[in-house]
Write a protein that binds this ligand. Structure first.
Ligand SMILES: Cc1cc2nc3c(=O)[nH]c(=O)nc-3n(C[C@H](O)[C@H](O)[C@H](O)COP(=O)(O)O)c2cc1C
Length: 145
């Protein structure tokens, strides 16, 4: 498959998560592109079979969690009904940020497959399993039409 990994990152954690996801996808023999939201390769995205969209957790630590850099996420190219998986990084508590990222993906036109939050200091814990599950999910969608 052709897989686009797109991220928003202020201090590098989500960029690191995106690179790890990209490396795991490559290990599974997918063709992969990894970019920040403002540098997406449109030709690649147009042809992509699967999209990963990631960002950081913005909030008041205990409440008000939301996807960081939402304006940048919403300003990126549309996802045109492509299966899309979300990922976020956080420091202490992510709250419902993954659900809110699902809303952003829907606004961008993507087809939400699910997502997950990663504690920034525990990376790459969980990344490989997350990527395998996402690839299985999209292959299931394609098989069932
Ligand atoms: C303004 C601001 C608000 C944040 N709010 C939260 C929060 O509510 N909960 C949390 O767990 N982390 C919070 N964080 C931490 C970041 O989500 C975390 O460090 C993340 O990994 C940063 O990703 P980045 O390095 O890709 O920018 C906040 C960070 C910033 C700058």
């Amino acid at each position: 498959m052709k897989v686009a990994v797109i991220y928003e990152s202020r201090t590098g954690n989500t960029a690191r998560a995106a690179q790890m996801i990209g490396a795991a996808l490559q290990d599974l023999e997918n063709e992969v592109g990894v970019w920040p939201t403002d540098k997406v390769n449109l030709d690649f995205l147009t042809d992509a079979d699967l999209v990963f969209l990631g960002t950081w957790t913005d909030g008041l630590i205990i409440a008000g969690h939301r996807p960081g850099g939402s304006a940048h996420l919403l300003a990126m190219p549309g996802i045109w009904n492509k299966p899309t998986v979300g990922f976020v990084t956080y420091a202490f508590r992510a709250g419902k940020v993954v659900d809110k990222l699902a809303d952003v993906v829907t606004l961008l036109g993507g087809k939400w497959l699910g997502g997950r939050a990663f504690q920034r200091d525990d990376l790459p814990d969980g990344v490989a399993g997350f990527v395998i599950a996402a690839v299985d999910a999209v292959e299931g969608v394609e098989v069932s039409g």
